[in-house]
Design a protein around this ligand. Sequence first.
Ligand code: GDP
Length: 336
Amino acid sequence: MSYNRKTRPTVNECVEGILSGDRILLSRTITLIESQLHEDNQLARQIIEKIMPYTGNSTRIGITGVPGVGKSTFIESFGNLVVGQGHKLSVLAIDPSSKKSGGSILGDKTRMESLSKNENAFIRPSSARTSLGGVAHKTRETLLLCEAAGYDVIIIETVGVGQSEIAVHEMVDFFLLLMLAGAGDELQGIKKGIMEMADGIAITKADGENMNAAKKAKAAYQNALHLFPAAESGWSAKVVTCSANENTGIREIWQLIKDYGKKVKQNGYWQERRNRQNVAWMYEGIDEYLRTGFFNHPAIKSELGKITKQVENGQISALKAANHLTQIFEQKSING
Ligand code: GDP
């Protein structure tokens, strides 16, 4: 298909391109989603509405773990297996650190090298420099675009260091927690709540000298999981060991995800979880709309810098400043 690279693609170009699996138009539409420009977001919204009937047909997998646990190596190995079985895989990332550093650790080009060369794999790091809520919202929309483009396995990766796991959990069907053997939970910064959310735990780097420690960790985590209340899904989280380096345990994890899917599709939980996620998505959409509408409003843009300085200097209280700005916004919105 021919289209001008410099101007924005039209809604129909994007829709047709995505539905025919055109990776360039898929990427360009994701860029519209991630854009800070209101017009781009509006365009993206129209595209998403049109592709909605073609979404929903993937297995959405969330993967989290502390930096160094082996996420990218695991995804490379797991991804190659899945793609090798004829699936189309998309790897998206929610990277809470990108706001600060500007550059995303998940965007490192050397990560997932062989997978990124595979034409049936689409890897997209998060580049949005916005609030976690904003990134999560954009990732959810990106996920839908990938589904419409025919990707039937979607991985959403995040660094396990805080709130982002919850955001990921709210948009996936299966949540996989990667853990290192030998490091205490407190060292890994993994909270009990995160373990409770997991549908599966994989102890990584179960190879060489680390093998015994990995087996011990597996038993310990399995015991710990027994103490949690039964999950609504009727599925009890499983713990496995794996080595991405030696390609062991990877197949078992894929099987586990498929077993999970089968079970919860039968008992209705799969759809129930997605329905609940749709409600969360609606709220995120409202938040995002109000936030961008507010901060992009010319009246707010012109006042915000001045008022921020006044708060910094103690000339006005934070509460007064917030009231002042929201009043300006309300008046201008009513009066146009
Ligand atoms: P991430 O930060 O969670 O994405 O972790 P990486 O995938 O970048 O891996 C961190 C380090 O662990 C790298 O030096 C990898 O080579 C190493 N690593 C990853 N997977 C394995 C594994 O299965 N076995 C061993 N022994 N090392 C691994």
